[in-house]
Design a protein around this ligand. Structure first.
Ligand code: TXA
Ligand code: MG
Length: 348
């Protein structure tokens, strides 16, 4: 298959490209497009066959359900059977934006979207290009992150091209994604809302609007074989570069010394080493590749997946990462980093 690659400027929209993308979706094809979180791999969310193609292109396990993206709020009632009061509060406070809400689904939502669950995850993105494409298609658009399953989510069109060229009909390049981490997922179908995946809409922000929230254990730690996360996708190994990643924790000075010692010994053994660190610490490391993640947590979040992919490009063998405080958006950053590292910590 030849993948059509089109650049689109959100400030100067070329409607032909929007119409083309919408036409492909309506005909059951696959289009990757930018959202404010990460690039999505879209298909007509009410067409079971089109959704099955998503799993094939990504190499995604079929029990991992998809998020339905809507382009305007009136689409919500066509796919969910009820909107609980707390869900309405989340909608009022954060939609359109980087939070996905799990609802009880209507019959019309195919099993290949819901993975056989009675619920459906819905997201109303704020990114202009994504909304234009969804609204032009006139259907809810099922869209997982547009990466090969197991790889870091794409935050630039080049990442999508790397993983999906030749496998999908079209890639719409709308530049870099602002947030860079996938949406927060909140399940409001039970008595106490449950945070299934942390993101830029933080637990603290949600609690201000709907009160107490429980956090699914899969957010913090690796689950044992018999434990099931509520978001099926959280059980898979994710975000993993080819390199072996470890997180180094402790006092800042000790962390720097420890990482340098590890890198020295890895180098002696013929390994190419990499470090992911705060920008202000970059000069202090002796690794072959030192990638600056920024100094504030939003910047770290926005750059994280790009950096993980860059370690692959540069063929590093061993990567050591500083750790970040697990509050606010740091919870999402650490959730992704822990997965990238297979939960491997080294105490400095
Ligand atoms: O930011 C995002 O959410 C991006 C962009 C493209 O919108 N999409 C995304 O999709 O990250 P994906 O498929 O990579 O991750 C969706 C997650 C998976 O962990 C999946 O298991 C979970 O959402 N999920 C989907 N439907 C669910 C449901 N009904 N109940 C619980 N979890 C669900
Ligand atoms: Mg994903």
């Amino acid at each position: 298959m030849i993948t059509d690659f089109e650049k689109l400027d959100a400030e100067n929209i070329n409607n032909e490209i929007i119409e083309k993308a919408a036409g492909i979706l309506q005909k059951g094809g696959l289009v990757a497009f930018p959202t404010e979180t990460v690039y999505g791999l879209g298909a007509n969310g009410l067409n079971a066959e089109a959704c099955r193609k998503i799993y094939e292109a990504k190499g995604r396990p079929s029990d991992n359900p998809l998020i339905l993206h809507i382009g305007n709020i009136s689409q919500l009632n066509s796919i969910v059977s009820e909107v609980p009061e707390k869900a309405q509060k989340v909608i009022d406070a954060f939609w359109p934006g980087p939070v996905t809400i799990v609802f009880k689904k209507k019959e019309i939502v195919p099993d290949s979207v819901s993975g056989g669950l009675k619920t459906v995850a819905v997201r109303f993105p704020s990114n202009k290009i994504s909304r234009l494409i969804i609204n032009a298609a006139g259907v809810p658009v099922a869209a997982p992150s547009a990466n090969t399953s197991g790889k870091p989510s794409p935050t630039k069109a080049e990442h999508v091209f790397h993983d999906m060229n030749g496998k999908i009909d079209m890639i719409v390049d709308g530049g870099k994604c602002d947030v860079g981490l996938e949406s927060t997922i909140i399940d409001v179908t039970g008595d106490i809302p449950a945070l299934l995946r942390p993101g830029a809409v933080t637990k603290e922000m949600l609690e201000r609007v709907i009160g107490e929230i429980s956090v699914d254990p899969a957010v913090y730690k690796m689950l044992s074989k018999d434990q099931k996360p509520k978001a099926p996708g959280m059980k898979y190994k994710h975000y993993s570069p080819d390199a072996e990643v470890a997180l180094v924790s402790g006092d800042e000075k000790n962390v720097i010394d420890k990482i340098n010692t590890l890198c020295d010994s890895d180098s002696q053994n013929g390994f190419k080493t990499g470090v992911l660190c705060r920008t202000r610490n970059a000069d202090k490391y002796r690794a072959d590749v030192v990638l600056k993640a920024g100094d504030d947590i939003q910047t770290v979040g926005a750059r994280l997946f790009d950096i993980l992919r860059e370690f692959d490009e540069l063929k590093t063998d061993k990567v050591y990462s500083e750790v970040f405080e697990e509050s606010g958006e740091g919870m999402a950053v650490m959730n992704r980093l822990k997965k990238a590292a297979g939960h491997k910590f080294i105490e400095a």
